[in-house]
Design a protein around this ligand. Sequence first.
Ligand SMILES: Nc1nc2c(ncn2[C@@H]2O[C@H](COP(=O)(O)OP(=O)(O)OP(=O)(O)O)[C@@H](O)[C@H]2O)c(=O)[nH]1
Length: 586
Amino acid sequence: MKALLLFIGFVIVNCLWGGLSHAYAKSTASLDKMQLVNDKLWMYYEEGSQLTAEDILTKYQQNTLIKNTNGRVSYGFTGNTVWGVLAVELDTYGVLVTRIANNSPINVPFLPLKIEIDNAWLDDIDLYFFENGQRKRHVKLGDNQVHSARFEDARMPSVFYRFTQPETLVVFRFSSEDPMTIPIYVGPPVVAKNKTTENAYFYGALYGALVILLVYNLVLYSYLKERRYLLYSLYLLSFLLFNFTYTGHGFWWLWSESIFLQQWLLPALMFLYLFSAVRFTIEFLNTQLYLPTLYRCRKYIYGALGALAVIIVLIGSRSFAVMSQLAVLTTIAIWMLLIGIFAYRNGDTLAKFFLPAILCGTGGAMVSSLATWGLIPYSKWAFRGIEIGMVLEMSLLSISLAFNYKQVQQARRNAERDARLDPLTSLYNRRAFEDLVYPIWEMGKRSNKFMSVMLIDIDWFKGINDKYGHDMGDKVLKKVAEEIKGQVRGSDITFRWGGEEFLVFLPNTRVHYAKQIAENLRVHLFTHDINKFIRVTVSIGVAGTSPGEEDINVLIKQSDQALYLAKAKGRNKKWCFGRKIQNKRK
Ligand SMILES: Nc1nc2c(ncn2[C@@H]2O[C@H](COP(=O)(O)OP(=O)(O)OP(=O)(O)O)[C@@H](O)[C@H]2O)c(=O)[nH]1
C-alpha cells in the first residue's frame, strides 16, 4: 500500500514538475532558456518520401499545412515523412528575438540562433532555410550523418543560423525507423551553451551515481559471491549503456564515425536491458519459494526472449526491433510490478524495496512517455522522468541489497553462534571449548595462573527419563544448566559436555576455591527441588592446575577421574583430583 502511494506520489510530483516547468518556460519566455517552438510549427505528413522542401514551401504559402497548435512533440512510429515549417520573423516572431533586441539592439539582425532537435536517435533530419522564397541553405543532420560530416559536432542534432531577413522560413524534414519524438528548441548561442552545460551536469550526476552503485555492487559480489549482486550489476549496467546510447553520448564520444553501430546498438542494448531486467526480477526475489512454477519455467522465458532476438535479427528491420521491444518492455514493467506485489504479500523482505523501486522506475518511464505522447505538457524534466525514476529505482535496489547483505551477515553470525551453542540448555557445546578456553589457558600458562575444571554429572538421570519421560528429562537438564550458571561466577565458562554431563572451566581459580564452588553447587541442587516432584543430585569431579601443567586435556582427564570416584563413593558427592588418586593411579 505504502509502495503504491509512493508510486502515485512520484507520478503526480513528476507530472506537476513537468507542467510547472512548461508553464514557467511559457510565461517567462526569457532568454535564459532555449525555447521549445513546436507550437509554432506548421506540419505536413507525407506518405513515402517524394516531396521536396520547395513543395512544402508551396503548401505553406497556399495555407494547406496544419498548425501544430497543441505543441505536439511525438508522432509515434511512422514510415512516413514528417515535415514542419517554422517562420522566424525578426520583429514579430517570438519573444525571443524581441528580447534579444532589448538586450543588445545592435546585433539584432545578425545574431545567430541555434536550432536544436533534442533527440539523438532520429535517422534523417533535414533543415532548409528559405529567405524571400529562395533556398539559402540545406543542412543534413541525424544518425545517418557521421559526426565529422555534421555542421556542429554536438550530441544533439543542431545548427546555427544567422537570421538577417524580416522573415526566414525553416523547413524541417524528419524520417526515421525509430519513435518520432521531435522537440525543437531555438535560442541564442549563450543560452544554448548554458543548456549544454546544464545537460553535462545532469548526465555527469546521473552516470556518476549509476557507476558508483555499479562498482559498489560488483565489489559486494566479488566478496559475497551471491548472484543477486551480479544480476543487479548487469541490470544497472545495461540501463547505463542503453541510456548512454539513446541520449547520443555513445555516438558523440565513442562510435562517432559508425552509423551501423549507432543504428543497431540501440536495439541491441535495449534487448540486453530487458533481458537483464527479467533475469534480475526472477532471481532477486525469492520466486523459487513463492512462484516455483515461474522459477521452473525461467529457462523457457529466457529462451522466448532469445527467440525474439533471433526474429529481430532475421527480419532486420530496426523499427520492428524497437517497436517489438518497446511492447515487451511495457509488458515486463507490469509483470515486474505484479511479481513485486506477489512477493511482498508473501512476506519477502526484499520485496519491500523492490516494489517501490520498480514503481519509481516505471513511474518515471510513464511520465516520460506521457510527455512524449503529448498527454502531459512536454518539458525536458518530464522527458527525463525515466532517468530520474531509474536513479531512484537503482538506489532503492542497491539499498535493498545492502539490507540483504546485513541479513546475510546476521544469519551467518547466528549460524556461527548456534554452532557453538547447545540448543536445549543454551550453554556452550563441546565445539566451542577450543575457541573459548584455549586462549585463556595459554595466557594463564604463561603468567603462571591457577586454573580449575569441574565436571558435573546428574545422578541416576536415566531413572528420571524412565520414570517421568524424556520431555521431563529435558526440563531437568535445562533447569540444572540454569542452576549451574547461577552458582558459578561470570568469568567461569560452562559447557554442556555430554548427555547429562556439564563442564565448568574456572580461570584464575585455585583448586581449593573450585572445590568450594563445587560443594556449594552440589548442596544447592540437593536442597532445592527442580520442580514439585523431582529432586536431583549431582556428582562433581574437580581438578586444578599444578605447576608445569602443559595440556588442558590432562586437567579434564583428572576431573573425569575425580568424577568417577565421586560416583563410586555413592553419588551426590564432589571429589577433587589429588594425591590420593595419583597414588591410586600409580
Ligand atoms: N531427556 C534427555 N535425556 C538424555 C539426554 N542426553 C542423554 N540423556 C539420557 O541420559 C541418560 C544417562 O544415563 P546413564 O549414562 O546411564 O547415567 P545415569 O542414569 O545418570 O547414571 P549415573 O550417571 O551413573 O548416575 C541416558 O538415559 C540418556 O538417554 C537429553 O538430551 N535429554
